[in-house]
Each structure stands twice: as C-alpha cells, then as structure tokens.
Design a protein around this ligand. Structure first.
Ligand SMILES: NC(=O)c1ccc[n+]([C@@H]2O[C@H](COP(=O)([O-])OP(=O)(O)OC[C@H]3O[C@@H](n4cnc5c(N)ncnc54)[C@H](O)[C@@H]3O)[C@@H](O)[C@H]2O)c1
Length: 302
C-alpha cells in the first residue's frame, strides 16, 4: 500500500503528538514536529521511553529503531518552517477549543493550500475548528488512542464540509501507520470508542470522587473482568489527569448537566501537581505503581 502523503507535520510535541510523529516516521513519512515549547519533544521522548521501560511495555516500534527515528524527525518552534511544503498536518495540542482554533488558523496561514488538516482531539468534532483553518473541506478528525502501547485503532470522522477524497486519504494514512480506522458516520463527542470509554471513566470518577469506593477496587474489578493489565484509574494516570479533566469539561460544557462535571477531588489532585505518570504521582505513584505489584490481585494479601 502506498503512503497517501510524503511530508507530515505534527503540531504539539506532547504525549500523543510525539507518539504519532514516531509512528509516522516509522511508516516512511518525512516528519516535522512543531511546539511552542523548545524542550517539548526531547522531554516527551524521554518520558515515554522511561515510562515504557518501567512498565516493561513492548512498544509497537522495536526499541533499536527509536533513537534513529527520533533523529530523523525535525523539530521546530517556527510555524513557517514546520509547515512549509507539507501534505498533511495533525494537530495534537491541549484539549481546549480556543487553543485548537488558534492553532487551526495558524496552520491555515502557513501550510500550502493542498495540505489536509486533522485533529487528534479526544472529544471535539472537527466541525468546531474547521472554519478557523480557512479550508473546512480538507479537515478531519483522526483520534489516536495509545498507538505505541499497542492500541492500534484510530477514530476517523468528517466535518461538515469534508470532501470524500479527504476522508479516503485520512483512511489510507491511518492504515499506513498500522492502525485500524474506526469510521464515524455522524458527528458525536468522543467519536467511536472514546465515547464508550468515556462512559466507563465518568462512572469510575463518580464512584471514587463521591466516596462510594476506593479507586483500587474499580481497577481490580476491571482487571479481573476484562483481563486487561490496567484498570480505568491506572489508565487515567497514563493519559494525564489534566488531560482527563480537560476532556471531561468538554462534555460538561456541551451538556451543562451537573452529572457530567468532573468531581472536585480530581481538580484537587491537579492543583497538587498529581497529574499521573508524567509527574510521578496521580492515583498511583510511579515508577512502581501498586497495581503492577504481585499483591494487587492476590486475595490472600490484605
Ligand atoms: N493523553 C492521551 O492519552 C491522549 C490520547 C488521545 C488523544 N489525546 C488528545 O491529544 C491532544 C494532546 O494531548 P497530549 O496528552 O499529547 O497533551 P500534552 O499536554 O502531553 O501535550 C500538548 C502539547 O501541546 C503543546 N502546545 C500547547 N499549545 C500549543 C500551541 N498553541 N502550538 C503548538 N503547541 C502547543 C504543549 O507545549 C504540549 O507539548 C489532546 O487533544 C488530547 O485530548 C490525548
């Protein structure tokens, strides 16, 4: 299968942007990554490798290729450099509509007219950003999960004016990265699978945040029930509790339903800097979280 593009720019060198950049380089694209923070790419790369090694994760890209791929990816804080001659741009900045709209405007002003734009937003449909780009017919959502940890699936959704050939290119790009496209036919917050995961996350936060249960018991139950190595709270630590909060606020702002508001206890953790794996503490402490220990699921250990 031929790659649909030659040159790809990732906007945002955080947890997801860095993973998408590495995966794109691994799949043969020329990759530039752009961030307003000079140290973002190096910092995230180091955090990712340390976290994967601590958790003994076998990444989708073999370890021996990581450094070589990192070197092949250009980093820039200059939009004119980062978006010059690019065919495809993926936005992966903070989950904040105003920031994303400014970024789409900046992308529209700096990328060539042929370039297709995608957002990696976890919740927001592209129709909320497409007009800021000046090219709504070339905008899509491509929402990755955690591709380097083996979650090789990507939501793919059109905006209100997306051309069919743009969707086809998005589909081909996702497949070329070794991910399964999850096609969304009608606009919905959270797309195909994130809206399902969100229902689990919302109820888990509600149960913990209102004192019904200890978060560890939800993780124990999830692991026994699903046979997955991590439960919802361990997973939220991986995502980042600030990112989780921002995503929940998108749902709340949309519905204004008090039941959609994330619990106060989550904001308290964020204020204390307990953001999960990236700060060494979230629901669990890192690098050796309790849920990876031998006693976590042992009924004989109390
Ligand atoms: N964390 C996850 O597990 C996850 C999973 C899927 C999708 N997402 C989505 O991906 C996006 C990024 O999330 P993340 O976890 O990588 O966040 P992150 O906080 O790790 O990284 C965000 C990056 O964006 C940069 N940034 C902020 N404003 C910018 C701007 N105006 N121009 C350029 N760069 C800017 C920041 O410096 C930072 O490096 C969000 O929309 C999020 O919802 C996150």
């Amino acid at each position: 299968m031929n790659n649909p593009f030659e040159k790809v720019t990732i906007v945002g060198a955080g947890f997801l942007g860095t993973q998408i950049a590495l995966l794109s380089a691994h799949s043969g694209y020329k990759v530039i990554i752009y961030d307003t923070k000079e140290s973002a790419f190096d910092e995230t790369y180091n955090r990712l490798t340390t976290d994967f090694k601590n958790k003994k994760i076998t990444p989708a890209i073999p370890w021996e290729k990581w450094d070589e791929l990192k070197k092949s990816i250009k980093f820039s804080t200059d939009p004119a450099v980062a978006l010059k001659d690019v065919d495809f741009v993926v936005e992966a900045v903070f989950e904040d509509l105003e920031i994303k709209r400014k970024v789409f405007k900046m992308m529209g002003e700096n990328a060539p007219a042929r370039a297709i734009f995608a957002s990696n937003s976890s919740s927001m449909p592209i129709s909320r950003m497409e007009d800021a780009s000046g090219r709504p017919e070339k905008c899509i959502n491509t929402h990755f999960y955690l591709p380097l940890q083996g979650m090789y699936m990507t939501d793919l959704a059109p905006g209100s004016k997306t051309l069919p050939e743009v969707m086809e290119k998005g589909d081909a790009w996702i497949r070329s990265l070794g991910c399964v496209p999850l096609l969304v036919n009608k606009e919905i917050l959270g797309f195909c699978f994130n809206s399902v995961w969100r229902a689990i996350k919302k109820q888990s936060l509600y149960m913990w945040g209102n004192g019904f249960v200890d978060f560890r018991d939800i993780d124990r139950a999830w692991r026994i029930f699903s046979k997955m190595p991590i439960g919802p709270f361990g997973f939220m630590d991986t995502v980042g509790l600030d990112v989780v909060y921002d995503i929940e606020i998108v749902y709340y702002n949309d519905s204004k339903d008090p039941k959609d508001k994330p619990p106060e206890a989550l904001m308290e953790k964020i204020k204390k800097g307990e953001l999960g794996v990236k700060t060494g503490k979230g629901f669990y402490s890192y690098p050796n979280p309790e849920f990876l220990g031998p006693d976590f699921l042992d009924p004989k250990k109390k």
